[in-house]
Design a protein around this ligand. Structure first.
Ligand SMILES: *Cc1c(COP(=O)(O)O)cnc(C)c1O
Length: 232
């Protein structure tokens, strides 16, 4: 991929984000583009950064360490930007994830929340997290079922070294983005009922609908980086 392609794709995604926000009277500055960079190279990440992308989402802890330096005191945060974990987190990777990721989107069970909380306490930091909801309650997906979400949210809120910012979901894949709308709407209603206001939802195929339904973070990979990157 050459950089002109990347620049064009980023510009198109940004325009689409603004247009979707405008359709529902939302301030586009309240929507964060998370560039889902799994399978991309560090060169692509750096190119995206040069083009103004500041937030990246990685699926695997190891791959994230290969592309992003751990934060250190005195870093220019505007230059490093943010790195989020958007993929599932195994308990044995928590030590490396806490403090490395600015936001962990995938807290989906109590033991994981508690392990993150212990590691954050050990380091005297606060780890920002989202609770991942299996919004369609499919047996094969990650995420707490909608029924189990209120108690998980309450437990996360009770952990002093976790800061719960909202909910995240990956609805089942659909051909027509409109078919994802009810899932996004359901996630928003669940969040409202739990007094949470920020939502991580929407990917390349359906982020405009997700924004119309209230997304705060959209996680976009192939619309930015193309589909020919090597998927790990
Ligand atoms: C890969 C991935 C995305 C981005 O998907 P695209 O369809 O490439 O935009 C978003 N969220 C998660 C959790 C992912 O794994």
């Amino acid at each position: 991929m050459n950089e002109d392609d990347l620049a064009g794709r980023i510009a198109r995604v940004r325009t689409a984000i603004r247009a979707a926000a405008a359709r529902v009277g939302r301030d586009p500055d309240t929507i964060v583009l998370v560039a889902a960079s799994k399978g991309t190279s560090q060169v692509q990440v750096d190119a995206a950064r040069q083009l103004g992308v500041t937030v990246f989402g990685e699926n695997r802890v190891q791959e994230a360490y290969e592309k992003f330096a751990p934060p250190k005191p005195g870093d220019d945060l505007r230059r490093r930007g943010e790195v989020h974990l958007i993929g599932p987190l195994q308990t044995n990777k928590v030590k490396r994830a806490v403090g490395f990721f600015d936001l962990i989107h995938s807290v989906d069970r109590l033991d994981l929340a508690e392990t993150i909380g212990r590691e954050a306490a050990r380091r005297s930091i606060t780890q920002a997290v989202l609770v991942q909801v299996n919004i369609s309650a499919e047996a094969t997906k990650h995420g707490a079922t909608p029924d189990a979400t209120p108690s998980l949210v309450a437990a996360v809120r009770s952990l002093p070294n976790l800061s719960l910012l909202g909910l995240m979901a990956i609805p089942p894949p659909v051909d027509d983005p409109e078919a994802a709308r009810p899932w996004f709407s359901l996630l928003r209603q669940l969040a409202v009922s739990l007094k949470l206001s920020r939502l991580s939802m929407g990917m390349s195929s359906d982020f405009e609908v997700a924004i119309e339904e209230g997304a705060s973070w959209v996680r976009i990979g192939s619309a930015l980086f193309g589909t020919r990157r090597i998927l790990k």
